[in-house]
Design a protein around this ligand. Sequence first.
Ligand SMILES: [Zn+2]
Length: 429
Amino acid sequence: MSILIKDATILTQDATRRRLHGDVYIEDQKITQVSEKPVTVEADYKIDGRKKLLLPGLINLHTHLPMTLLRGYGDDMQLQEWLQQRIWPVEARLTPETIASGTALGALEMITSGTTTFLDMYFFEETIAEVIKKSGLRGFLGFGIVDFGTAQYKSDEMLPACERFVKTWHRDPMIHPVVAPHSAYACGPESLRRCQEIATKYDVLVHTHCSETRDEVYDMEKKYGKRPVEQFHSLGLLTPRMSLAHCGWITKTEIATMKETGVAVAHCPVSNYKIGTGGYAPIPEMLAAGIRIGLGTDGAASNNILDMFDTMKFAALGQKQHRWDPRVFPAQTVFDFATIGGAACLGIQNQVGSLEVGKQADLIFIDLDQPHLTPVHDPVSHLAYAVRGGDVCTTIVNGVPLMLDRKFLTLDPHETMEKAAQSATRLTS
Ligand SMILES: [Zn+2]
């Protein structure tokens, strides 16, 4: 398949963050030309880039896709109360059918709001993989591990099932299996050690929740005499393979450990502020230490949308307000986190995250012809502070259009939303 894009304003996100106006040619999944001079070739699709902004597809570093079914179900509650009264009772009733419909809804939402790569962690990940494969998105799919078992597996069945899942998918070009122990409080030392063994054996990533709330940190200190970061470190899980979601309650000593071990961080400001977790991830200090950082929406139950533009804005504003300093988190930095920075967290910065010749063609268009995006003094400022997910008009992943001028090509939006709404009613009634 080939795609020719004409006359677009292009934010490349390459090493010099080059911006240009011109044409892009995509052939057989890859970007083959990015040029200020007109490109004249025949192509299967020709896209008029005028009044549009062309940028790399966004990377969501932490989500739980099927939780789209629980959007708006149990807001304004404390974390433990919310989990115990709302989330866990519903999760005990999950089936492959409900998981599939929630995943498809999440995929549809990501395609429509410009996310092209994401890191999920949940249960029934085998079903999630099948749905994502059909959607055309680039998925890092975390097989969730908890010591108490799930609706799908008893506790002693989980790690063998995880290994089967990893073995099935680890050579797929678009689906990347990830080992995802839920957290240091939901997984004991033995499960954590075995998670690491599986990840090392198949050379795949590990993803977990870490230091989201102060209670979590205090409970870990009481039970194990170690904070979550220390617990992961002592069990050998802190390696460049690992990404930690949240990190709201992190000390300077822990930042040094994180730097030394090469872990990545998925910052999830909207979920943190909505649940009121209190801690602010020390992003300026982590950045100064050279830690890889990306952004995550978290699940739709605690966000309540999977819109990465919204997360970019919250990320920047939260740090500015917390530090009494608007300079701490500039628009370009937040845009980097959502693109090339997120790619680096996943170890795929040589494949995606920027628009450069030779890279896989994951890119999106923003429709600039709208009141709230006029005028354009600085397109990067717009991305951080003014663009909303609904302004994305075209989404291309691996050289394949998934949405073209707001028309979906891989998923049927009406059927997807209808099925998801039915599943949500079944689960919560
Ligand atoms: Zn989460």
